[in-house]
Write a protein that binds this ligand. Structure first.
Ligand SMILES: NC(=O)c1ccc[n+]([C@@H]2O[C@H](COP(=O)([O-])OP(=O)(O)OC[C@H]3O[C@@H](n4cnc5c(N)ncnc54)[C@H](O)[C@@H]3O)[C@@H](O)[C@H]2O)c1
Ligand SMILES: N[C@@H](CCO)C(=O)O
Ligand code: NA
Length: 436
């Protein structure tokens, strides 16, 4: 590639992902050059501290603690942001774009909180901003939504987009263990972090849901628009109850096109545990794997599956973006920018239509079933199936509803909890991925 001007790359952050990006950039320099059509040259790596042991060897002259000076260097064409968090990542990305560099980031938290600011800055600068690694790590899902499905109409995205929680729920399902025990195992094996809040409370999945919904429905959805419930309240009884129904419990990121209260097209974006039939493709996603199930008008059902985290898998997605941007740059072109032309409203959770599975320990006597059915009817909720398990003091009624608004279903559960014949509501969970 003699005489072709090299594309100069700066990497910000040299942790789990950054160190693998640096390794791949150096080990695959020859192939990258051939694929891009110009040498891709690593010219700097911004780190917090110079004197630490790193996962990969980085030539000393490339290291700097001054990330701002690095991204605003006149010769830097591409900046990879893998520091994470809101600041200084946002300021550095904005400075990079302003000074003419294109950007690859894996930062779902920042994109979900303030994506539009970044997209507008990229558009203003006429530069690319790619972020495939931000959702489901190595799995190609954002580019398929942004490019491959750009001619179709996506109606629903159901994702298992958090590996830690999927590992925990899978353990609960296969061993019968409770949440805490399974979390400890996930921590011992290095899946869950010492502070597992972002994963188990659903913050990580909610950020990814916001990014998925924005791309799928050509609108702006931020993390604060996403209804979020984590898995800390999921009990061994819920998981057993799901198994009895031929279902498994998964933490799902759900993005749907729905009719709003005034008949307008709206978006529902939510993260919560849900029962899905064992026959659903997402049910077979085990351990810490991720998968995203997409439904669209013309293509029908698609599933994207693979490793959603880890340094090297995430770096694979970063490098894919980097090659795409480098090719664009060489061609003097820009990839597709933000597509948010629909400006659809986001439905509040109460107005979202869902289905519930409710198990309640009840008195085993005449009229109980009718009274429970009446409670559902009073809130306008139609019942799909009802069955009794056990007898006498062990009698449990298991009801699965048809779709109703989440508010109607929640009110039904509160009503049941106040009934004398209901000793205890033992399990309440939404049901997804099946047919009405
Ligand atoms: N690890 C994964 O599996 C994974 C998967 C998908 C996306 N991501 C995203 O990738 C990003 C990086 O994640 P990670 O797991 O590599 O995190 P990490 O904590 O391992 O690495 C971040 C690095 O940035 C460094 N850093 C912090 N402030 C800095 C500054 N001002 N200048 C230079 N360096 C600074 C830290 O010292 C650390 O080494 C995050 O946005 C994360 O959400 C990670
Ligand atoms: N903590 C995330 C990693 C990548 O986002 C997970 O468990 O999937
Ligand atoms: Na991805």
């Amino acid at each position: 590639m003699d005489g072709v001007k090299p594309l100069k790359v700066a990497v910000l952050g040299c942790g789990s992902v950054g160190s693998q990006v640096v390794r791949l950039l150096r080990e695959q320099a020859g192939d990258l050059t051939a694929r891009v059509g110009a040498p891709v040259e690593l010219v700097g790596v911004a780190v917090r501290r110079l004197e630490v042991t790193r996962e990969v060897e980085v030539p000393e002259h490339l290291l700097t603690t001054d990330a701002h000076a690095l991204v605003t260097r006149e010769d830097v064409d591409l900046v990879v942001e893998v520091i994470g968090g809101i600041e200084p990542a946002r300021g550095l990305i904005l400075a990079a774009l302003e000074s003419g560099a294109s950007v690859v980031t894996a930062n779902k938290a920042l994109l979900a909180e303030d994506g539009p600011t970044l997209f507008e800055a990229a558009a203003k600068a006429g530069r690319d901003l790619y972020y495939e690694a931000a959702v489901a790590g190595a799995i190609p899902i954002l580019r398929p939504l942004r490019e491959s499905l750009a001619g179709d109409r996506v109606t629903r995205v159901l994702g298992i987009v958090n590996g830690t929680t999927n590992f925990i729920l899978d353990k609960m399902d296969t061993t019968g263990a409770g949440f805490s025990e399974s979390l400890t195992e996930a921590q011992d094996l290095g899946y869950a972090e010492a502070d597992p809040t972002a994963d188990v409370e659903g913050f990580d999945a909610a950020a990814k849901a916001a990014i998925l919904a924005s791309l799928a429905f050509h609108t702006r959805v931020t993390a604060s628009d996403v209804h979020r419930e984590g898995i800390t309240e999921v009990s061994a009884a819920d998981v057993a109850s799901a198994a009895d129904m031929g279902c498994v419990v998964k933490l799902l990121a759900i993005c749907e096109l729905r009719e709003g209260p005034d008949g307008e097209e709206a978006v529902s974006a939510r993260v919560h545990p849900a029962m899905i039939p064992a026959s659903h493709p997402l049910a077979s996603v085990r351990e810490a794997y991720n998968a995203v199930f997409v439904e669209s008008e013309a293509a029908g059902q698609l599933m994207f599956y693979g490793p959603g985290a880890g340094g090297a898998p995430t770096a694979s997605a970063v490098l894919g973006d980097l090659v795409t941007i480098a090719r664009n740059r060489l061609a003097g072109a820009r990839g597709a920018g933000e597509s948010a032309y629909t400006q659809r409203p986001v439905l509040p959770m109460g107005e979202t239509r869902t289905r519930y599975h409710v198990a309640a320990a009840v008195d085993d006597k005449a009229g109980v079933l009718a009274a429970v059915a009446q409670a559902f009817a009073e809130h306008g909720v139609s019942i799909q199936t009802v069955r009794q398990e056990g007898r006498g003091d062990d009698a449990t009624l298991v009801v699965v509803s048809h779709e109703a608004s989440d508010a109607q279903l929640a009110a039904t559960v509160t009503h049941l909890q106040g009934m004398d014949i209901v000793r205890e509501v033992t399990s309440v969970m939404r049901v997804e991925g099946g047919h009405e």
